[in-house]
Unconditional design. Sequence first.
Length: 422
Amino acid sequence: MNRAMTTPLSLEHVWLPYTQMQHCPAPLHVVGAEGVQLQLADGRTLIDGVSSWWTACHGYGHPHIRNTVAKQLDILPHVMFAGLGHDAAYTLAARLASITPAGLNRVFFSDSGSTSVEVAMKMAVQYWRNQGEPARNRFISFQHGYHGDTMGAMSLADPEDWVHKAFNHYGPAQICSPIPRSEKDWADFKALLEQHAYESAAVIIEPLVQGAGGFRLHSPETLATLRSLTNEAGLLFIADEVATGFGRTGSMFACDEACITPDIMCLGKALTGGTMTLAATLATDEIFDAFLSDNISDAFMHGPTYMANPLACAAANASLDLFEQEPRLEQVAAISAQLSKELEPCRNLTNVVDVRVKGAIGVVELESCDWQTLQTLRAAFVEHGCWIRPFDRVVYLAPPFVITPDELSQLTRAIQHVLSSS
Ligand SMILES: *Cc1c(COP(=O)(O)O)cnc(C)c1O
């Protein structure tokens, strides 16, 4: 069948994410994707500047992932993970334990970034309950943080964040702190830890880069200090690396750059190289051991139906092969340098308040951007052959690591053109 002839069907029965359906422009109809290119039904192609929500780190259709998943499909597409096991999951767990910060030896698989955070929260709460401290069931999280859209994960987000405002009256109330920047902030944070330690299970952070809350950066030193203060206060430290994991910030994991091991780490997004939904929550032996006893009620009570799906685990194993066989971190370093150079001129545009780059993430922050302008910007990028999807006040790039310098320049040029004419 001629792909270009496929006509988009009606949206009549579909409910789209984060979308006011009353004024919703029809989504672009995608019929295929290869490398960094999205192929549309009308024959156009777009360079994907955001890796499908930061997942497609090897680009689309990488033959190694495709072949590995195809083989797994023949062997075993799925089997339940309670009482039954399989190579794909055991191999992946061992590999994740070996490449993540030393000490994270146990891997709990689940389906999405949000559930990996739910699992981390449940682990932390039950860890304290198993130690005889059931009152420790709140979390300290950070302003502009984002940890997913499910109820527990949402409770950790900044309560001022528009994405979750509709639910502030529902769900557990957590403790939200700014990420400390000044002396006073640090003193406040220490006081907050002291005040709430008795009722708190853990501190949770997106290390180095807060993603969906506006791509705000903090230094490895800040991260390391937060980790050690949390430790001194006797709380657990959870690193939500769902967005930062697998090279995005320049090191394999953001925690590596600060030389820290969190007690619990969440992984998702790029785990399968952007091909299938899978997430993992990793824990240290100390956490794991707190669930060992002669009593079933001390066991960790969680188990998604599609836990450790073999196809997804095979895709993740293939993705890790590519990190070993292809120069991904070097590619990230090159992308980083190019983004810094080519986005810098945007700083001089009116309405631009900041330009920042971290690893393979480039951000141009606008002073203001209303909903209408967002739609206009998104459409203008498509006119330039680019899939760039600004949100809130940020125009950002998080391209596949396999993007060529020419393709990356097309993206940065589009940003310059569109922002200077808007
Ligand atoms: C995207 C994201 C999540 C949620 O992942 P989903 O797969 O969308 O559920 C959680 N935490 C962070 C830091 C994220 O960026």
